[in-house]
Design a protein around this ligand. Structure first.
Ligand code: NDP
Length: 604
């Protein structure tokens, strides 16, 4: 780690907490999620157009498949792969993008890269025989891995790209799902999986005048390389050489894109509302000899389990992965281990967690001073909140970019861009004229599932999912929902809830679903459904856990992690994982699957 290290003894905690509160208060706003614009169906819908793959006309589908899956990202791919392995070969993935990849299909902005070590982040490495080229792989390699999975498991044959599901309904009489899409398809499936992902609907800030701008503009998840020049592989964006570019937002996306824009744009204005915390990246190529030595059978599963064991509640004795996330957890665990016996209680542990956070954030702020030459710019790039209040970022060229004479940080002191005009943007009463505005303004998170998915789901007796979940998510394992036979969710919540490595939740989910479907098919069952009692019991179990580890979320600066600083309501208490933690969940679900009883499910 570079930067100074601080010990809790020389940190004035009260002063820091007061500063954190003041910075949060500046940013709290009454409109919360409503400050952002919904693009779909609006006059701004063109921001959603796919710049990467031409649209191909095709005939609507009216046939039947064994398994349909909504979403062609990691969730759909790993579930499709696991189903293929158990002999279900007619899996149809329906995907709104023009290819597989999900988030990695859309996010091709320059510098896009995974933040969790590739060895555990990239799914099915062992099955596909792929060696990641870097500790943190760049987006084109991750997209290529998605395509490799698609090809190897035959998932392209049945896939429907550039297709959005508009309705999903259980047909009680035929005992199958009816899937309708925006391409006129109306086909049926015995089983259905949903893996629409948490961050797939781009949003724009509701800045007054946003429609007035006469220059060029796009969202980072629809990068316009025709305009900028260059390509996702890193070719320089030569067409920006005479352009004044503004980027709005300084979250994880902007942090990765800014260094590349800084290299090529004539002028770059980075409009900041809240700084991100930027820790060391230390990326490096993977040595093929080293990889050949460690990649013995079962290696990826061992690495996945080791990564998970290294999370806060795990029990690892070694750290194979050694990335930013395991560093974070190691520090917290070391602090807790160092507590005197009489302080090893929940209060003592929370205090140790807080101390560890103060130290880490002091280190991150000190790093800014060692990197950024202009003192005032450096001060404005410092994050004043607990590290997990916002998505932690890791980069070795972002802060450095502000030393380039063509780059200007426009810090809005928590207020955001005031107005957009025909010629540019206004912040702090100053108009900045630009040729292009890039919106690194993120994705919808706090809006309701139906809006983000683009459809509601009608289960048995016409029960709507939006009604079943009106007071919050209710599932068993985060996968099965009572009233919705033969339907499976692939996502982390109410399962392992391992947020630092989402793909691990998904590969395990895929495995579970494949085991359940195989059992149903082998037994000749037409329906499988979780019982009401089993679902209620699971939810009760979840509620006995420590709850959302994001303690003090209300004290955090607003963002999508804490519902933009607004009370998320009682339903949020259900957005939790297995009380004993992710490692324990993965062990539990493995035993549940392998027992062959599928306790809590009814096959009929
Ligand atoms: P975020 O939602 O994290 O960031 C949006 C940015 O836009 C914030 O800085 C926000 O400021 C800013 N903003 C919003 N409105 C305004 C306004 N009116 N004026 C000025 N600024 C404004 O989106 P990202 O796309 O950066 O990241 C989304 C998520 O995607 C990440 O949190 C991460 O989970 C994932 N991701 C992962 C990556 C990886 O694994 N490598 C890389 C990139 C993204 P404020 O903070 O004040 O709200």
């Amino acid at each position: 780690m570079d930067g100074n290290t601080a010990s809790p003894r020389n940190i004035d905690k009260q002063a820091l907490l007061a500063k954190y509160r003041a910075e949060r208060d500046k940013r709290l706003r009454a409109d919360g999620n409503a400050q952002y614009l919904e693009l779909k169906g609006s006059h701004l819908a063109h921001y959603l157009d796919d710049p990467y793959t031409p649209f191909v006309e095709r005939e609507p589908k009216t046939d039947h498949v064994t398994f349909a899956f909504v979403g062609g990202g990691f969730a759909g791919l790993v579930t499709g792969a696991r189903l293929t392995e158990v002999g279900v070969t007619d899996v149809r993935i329906v995907e709104k993008g023009g290819d597989f990849g999900g988030t990695w299909y859309w996010n091709r902005y320059p510098g896009a890269q995974c933040d969790t070590a590739s060895m555990v982040y990239m799914p099915l490495l062992e099955e596909t025989g792929h060696m990641p080229s870097e500790k943190y792989a760049h987006a084109p390699e991750i997209l290529a891995q998605c395509q490799r999975i698609g090809r190897q498991f035959g998932l392209y044959d049945n896939a429907l790209f550039h297709t959005e599901v508009t309705d999903l309904a259980w047909d009680d009489a035929a005992r199958r799902w009816v899937i309708s899409t925006n391409r006129g398809d109306r086909f049926t499936a015995s089983f259905i999986g949903l893996g629409t992902g948490p961050l797939h609907v781009p949003k724009l800030p509701g800045i007054p005048g946003i429609e007035d701008f006469k220059g060029h503009s796009f969202h980072t998840s629809r990068w316009d390389y025709d305009y900028t020049g260059g390509d996702p592989l890193g070719a320089p964006m030569d067409r920006l050489a005479d352009k004044r570019v503004a980027i709005i937002g300084t979250g994880a996306t902007s942090v990765q894109a800014v260094p590349h824009l800084a290299k090529t744009a004539a002028r770059l204005y980075v409009f900041q509302r809240t700084p991100s915390s930027i820790d060391v990246r230390a990326n490096a190529p993977i040595d093929p000899q080293w990889f050949a030595d460690i990649a013995t059978p079962g290696w990826q599963q061992r690495w996945l389990e080791n990564f998970t064991d290294n999370q806060a509640m795990g029990n690892a004795t070694e750290d194979l992965v050694q990335d930013g996330w395991t560093d974070l957890s190691r520090r917290i665990r070391a602090k807790i281990a160092g507590l005197p016996a009489d302080q090893r209680n929940p209060m003592g542990m929370l205090a140790a967690f807080e101390d560890s956070d103060f130290e880490k954030m002091e280190e991150i702020r000190a790093r800014v001073d060692t990197v950024v030459e202009d003192r005032e710019t450096g001060d404005r790039l410092k994050a004043w909140y607990r590290q997990l209040c916002k998505r932690p970022c890791f980069h070795d060229a972002y802060l450095q970019a502000f030393n380039n004479p063509n780059v200007t940080l426009v810090d809005t002191d928590g207020k955001g861009v005031e107005r957009i005009t025909e010629k540019g943007l206004v912040a702090g009463g100053v108009e900045y004229e630009v040729d292009c505005i890039i919106y690194a303004s993120g994705f919808e998170v706090g809006t309701e599932y139906k809006r983000r998915a683009g459809f509601d789901v009608s289960g048995r007796d016409g029960l709507k999912l939006s009604e079943a979940w009106a007071e919050g998510l209710r599932t068993k394992h985060g996968i099965h929902v009572h009233g919705f036979p033969n339907l499976f969710f692939v996502q982390p919540t109410q399962g392992a809830n391992l947020i630092s490595n989402v793909p691990h939740n998904l590969t395990e989910g895929g495995r579970t679903i494949a085991a359940v479907v195989k059992h149903a098919l082998d037994a000749g069952a037409r329906e499988v459904e979780v019982t009401q009692e089993a679902q209620d019991a699971w939810v009760e179990l979840l509620l006995q856990g420590p709850g959302r580890m994001m303690m003090g979320a209300a004290d955090c600066t607003p963002g999508y992690y804490n519902n933009e600083g607004q009370d998320p309501g009682p339903a949020a208490r259900l957005n939790v994982g297995y009380p004993a933690g992710p490692s324990a969940y993965f062990r539990y679900i493995d035993a549940w699957r392998n027992s062959g009883d599928f306790e809590g499910l009814e096959f009929r």
